[in-house]
Design a binder for this molecule. Structure first.
Ligand SMILES: [Zn+2]
Length: 94
């Protein structure tokens, strides 16, 4: 899988995505994931204190892209494509 960080940043802006769920905390059920602020900066919200003492840390769009690019399950990828509004084939120009 190969999509660039820039694609995610653009998609988030177009779809006004403010939160990208990653997984639910197995202890309290809180939805852990990336949050995007109004200026387009991305943070990782660990949400609860179950596994981490630092709840919100700044991340880069490369991290968001990496999470997508590491997927191998077609169903998961299809769901992510729908979430991000990706309709065209993935482009890899690196
Ligand atoms: Zn928790």
């Amino acid at each position: 899988m190969c999509r660039s960080a820039e694609e995610f940043k653009t998609a988030a802006k177009e779809k006004k995505i403010e939160k990208v769920p990653s997984h639910d905390c197995s202890i309290c059920g809180y939805t852990v994931g990336y949050i995007i602020d109004v200026s387009g900066e991305v943070y990782f919200d660990a949400g609860c204190d179950c596994t981490s003492t630092v709840s919100i840390t700044q991340r880069s769009w490369e991290d968001v892209a990496e999470q997508y690019n590491m997927q191998t399950n077609p169903e998961v990828i299809a769901r992510m494509d729908e979430f991000w509004g990706f309709t065209e084939e993935e482009l890899c120009n690196t």
